[in-house]
Design a protein around this ligand. Structure first.
Ligand SMILES: Nc1nc2c(ncn2[C@@H]2O[C@H](COP(=O)(O)OP(=O)(O)OP(=O)(O)O)[C@@H](O)[C@H]2O)c(=O)[nH]1
Ligand SMILES: [Mg+2]
Length: 232
């Protein structure tokens, strides 16, 4: 595997070490941590880990406007100019288990984009209350209906791109900032004719740290599918 894993972080200090150890145990992987100057010192933990894994970890400390979408955009843009064959994106909160990296990488032999999917066989999530399951199921159905995306899990942040395919996307057109960023990227990928496939994962809800879900993010999630559809 020749892969770069991009991870946006905000207040994930407890989660970073087990996550990065898990990823880097796979040969041929490197990590780019994109931290928004987390007040809990996640950036310092990342720097320390970088000295323990020489040449395998880069830390990008952002100084501009904070945000999940902006951070991912900056990280992925940097990944495009790397020499990695595959570019992964994943969350830092241990919801995305690094054990799936090899499976997703092998699925990427036949695809430009592999989604680590929770919805291939029922709903594969651990520790979600029923209302969260219902919200996510509804959100995915809503997105698929409005945008006509064919992927089952449109909001998964665990993805593997072939770098050349990622480089072809018009990422400067992306208007979303929160988690809708994920839907918008998927939409661009489908429009660009990327071969998209899904690979099953079991998603585990975070134990440490806090969710960054806000009313503003929810509103953006409701509007984005319509914006994408109307823009065409
Ligand atoms: N750099 C950066 N990363 C962020 C920001 N907000 C969230 N993240 C990271 O993005 C990933 C996903 O965020 P989460 O808070 O886990 O979102 P979620 O999975 O919808 O919510 P939970 O159910 O609480 O896990 C995590 O790695 C976060 O640390 C941000 O403003 N800046
Ligand atoms: Mg999470």
């Amino acid at each position: 595997m020749n892969a770069l894993v991009v991870i946006p972080t905000y207040n994930e200090r407890e989660n970073l070490r087990p996550l990065l150890d898990g990823i880097l145990s796979h040969p041929g992987t490197r990590v780019l941590v994109v931290d928004d100057q987390s007040p809990d010192g996640t950036g310092d933990v990342a720097e320390r880990l970088a000295t323990e894994w020489p040449g395998r970890i880069d830390v990008l400390v952002r100084t501009g406007r904070k945000g999940f979408g902006r951070s991912l955009l900056e990280g992925l843009s940097r990944a495009i100019s790397s020499n990695a064959e595959l570019v992964f994106q994943m969350d830092a909160d241990l919801s995305h288990d690094p054990k799936y990296l090899p499976e997703m990488a092998s699925a990427a032999r036949q695809a430009d984009l592999v989604i680590g999917s929770r919805y291939l066989t029922g709903v594969s999530v651990v520790n979600w209350p029923l209302r969260r399951v219902m919200l996510s199921t509804f959100a995915n159905r809503y997105i698929r209906t409005v945008t006509r995306l064919s992927v089952r899990d449109c909001t998964s942040g665990y993805r593997c791109w072939r770098r050349e395919a990622l480089a072809r996307l018009p990422m400067d057109r992306i208007g979303s900032e929160g988690y809708s960023f994920l839907v918008e990227m998927l939409y661009l990928a489908q429009r660009a004719g990327c071969r998209i496939t899904e690979s099953p994962i079991i998603f585990v809800e975070r134990r440490q740290g806090e969710s960054k879900m806000s009313p503003r993010v929810m509103l953006e999630s409701a509007i984005t599918p319509w914006r994408l559809r109307l823009r065409g």
